[in-house]
Design a binder for this molecule. Structure first.
Ligand code: CFM
Length: 543
């Protein structure tokens, strides 16, 4: 492997690396992949190809539409029975693998620990599975008496044409509880991302606005796109509580359907993971007039910035003072740990390839440790997550995107908050920004290599070129990367660690990086296939 390069005067130009990666592909594939690799220049408005089909045969990191709908958006909500209509594998492999935690109050429902499936068999594929689905719903109601049930379609459901929406309507009538279906078959879109959109539509149509609960707090907010992986949401919730902000609902970490039903009574929506939930933020603004802006609670500085932005929105002296007090106290703790860790991590190199937000958010944490991000990318994000929301009008709508319904939302006159619209307009006059996601690329250094939907071959080439000190991705990449002698930090599941959000989470992450980047063990690792071939074969040619 080449020696580590000198990055003190900026990142090296990776043009040759890009050429080498592309050289292996057939011409058409190379052309396509080339557009998904950008040698970043934060000063330029560069375009990246994203949210397009993975080329068959390429080992992608991506998951499916069902995963994005059932697993990501609805999965963390504890008081709904998420019933999977499909073969058992789709349920089994989605069972508690995402580490979304929840805290159940005394007597509250929690169905997260269960795996609900219709367990489709060959017979159902041939003769239809609707009857089995109805029976499963009746059984679930009888045993668990839930207040709502979501039905999630897997690939065969769409192929054979079971109508989950008709079943949902019929069973809603029969049981008297809220039942709704999702056409989120795995193949419905090019990735998880389509599933997010489908889930957003379903929750918005069937849940948001069902309960006009009276106000409970002076400042009422929702947090969108926070999924409580490894307990992240608990850290953030504690901050809101301390400063006196009433968090109505989180979509969907540590959440309930019940809380989403009155989420339309909020004064503000804060969006953490833009990719997975911006649709609900937009629709709530159209229907109820609730403004939204982007926040990030990954990284101590970002947390402070997000809290201040929230306080500025409400423009309340007491709230601002409380926020400043908490920031000062927490930052002192964070700094004490950073002072110990940073000298050991400064100048190290990281790369991160995660779903749709974390490849951006976690760069903030690494920057706080003086670690440089040399290359990063999303599995399934869209161009706006790379380049900023201003490119949305220019994004080409292809057949795969058109496949996903775009809800037509109308103003709800009875609930519409003209006061918030006015507040927003006033704040905007003074330069305050809403709907303000600038994307990942402007935040990355010149010559960093940005790659969408990175694949296995490209990952290997990246490691050979950069020799990073830490690679951040998921379980599918973990052991291959580690066999290269590079530690891998899972940024999906956190490797059984976390929380990493907010101030307390930042401290956890610093400490973990101190251990991970400081150990010499990885330098001693060599891939077994480099020492001896794993498979020995021979070829005989018959004349
Ligand atoms: Fe948003 Fe997520 Fe992510 Fe995501 Fe995901 Fe996830 Fe992710 Mo895994 S919602 S886009 S679909 S921040 S499950 S909590 S870690 S790929 S970067």
């Amino acid at each position: 492997m080449p020696n580590k390069k000198d990055y003190t005067n900026g990142l090296p130009d990776p043009s040759q690396l890009k050429e080498e990666m592309l050289a292996k592909y057939p011409r058409k594939v190379a052309k396509k992949r080339s557009k998904a690799m950008v040698i970043n220049d934060p000063e330029e408005n560069q375009e990246i190809a994203a949210n397009i089909r993975t080329i068959p045969g390429i080992i992608t990191q991506r998951g499916c539409t069902y995963a994005g709908c059932k697993g990501v958006v609805l999965g963390p909500t504890r008081d709904i029975i998420n019933l999977v209509h499909g073969p058992i594998g789709c349920s089994f492999y989605a069972w508690l693998t995402r580490r979304n935690q929840t805290r159940v109050p005394e007597g509250g429902d929690n169905f997260i620990t269960y795996s609900f499936s219709t367990d489709m068999q060959d017979e159902n594929i041939v003769f239809g599975g609707e009857k089995k689905l109805k029976d499963a719903i009746r059984e679930a109601v009888e045993i668990f008496n839930p207040s709502s049930i979501g039905i999630f379609s897997t690939c065969p459901v769409g192929l054979i044409g079971d109508d989950v929406h008709a079943v949902a309507r019929e069973m809603k009538e029969e049981t008297g509880i809220n039942i709704f279906g999702f056409s989120c078959e795995g193949y419905r879109g090019v990735s998880q991302s389509a599933g997010h959109h489908i889930a957003n539509n379903g929750v918005f149509k069937n849940v948001v606005g069902n309960n006009d609960r009276p106000r409970k707090g002076k400042f009422q907010v929702n947090l969108l796109g926070e999924y409580n992986i490894g307990g992240d949401a608990f850290e953030i919730e504690a901050l809101f509580e301390e400063v006196g902000v009433e968090l109505l609902s989180t979509f969907s970490g540590n959440s309930t359907i019940e809380s989403m039903e009155y989420s339309h009574t909020a004064d503000l929506n804060m969006v953490m993971c833009h990719r997975s939930i911006n649709y609900i933020a937009e629709m709530m603004e159209e229907k109820y007039g609730i403004p939204w802006f982007k926040v990030n609670f990954i990284g101590a500085e970002s947390t402070a910035k997000s809290l201040r932005k929230m306080a500025d929105y409400f423009g309340d002296k007491e709230l601002s003072a409380k926020v400043e007090e908490v920031i000062a106290r927490e930052m002192a703790k964070v700094k004490a740990v950073a002072d110990v860790v940073k000298p050991k991590t400064e100048g190290k190199l990281a790369m991160m390839f995660v779903g749709g937000s974390r490849a951006h958010h976690y760069q903030d944490l690494f920057t706080e440790l003086g670690v440089k991000t040399v290359s990063a990318g999303y599995e399934f994000a869209h161009r706006d997550d790379y380049e900023g929301r201003e490119v949305i009008p220019n994004i080409k709508i292809d057949a795969d995107t058109r496949n996903i319904e775009d809800l037509v939302v109308e103003k709800d006159e009875a609930h519409f908050r003209d006061d918030l619209v006015e507040k927003k307009a006033k704040l905007e006059e003074s330069g305050y920004e809403f709907k303000d996601y600038k994307g990942m690329m402007p935040d990355m250094q010149k010559n960093s290599l940005v790659i969408d939907d990175v694949n296995h071959w490209e990952t290997e080439k990246l490691i050979e070129f950069y020799k990073p000190d830490v690679f951040c991705a998921g379980i599918k990449e973990k052991y291959v990367v580690q066999k290269y002698g590079v530690p891998l930090k899972q940024l999906h599941s956190y490797d059984y660690g976390g929380p990493y959000a907010a101030f307390g989470g930042a401290i956890n992450f610093y400490n973990e990086m101190e251990r991970m980047l400081g150990t010499k063990i990885w330098k001693l690792v060599d891939a077994p296939w480099k020492l001896e071939p794993e498979i020995v074969g021979s070829v005989t040619v018959d004349a």
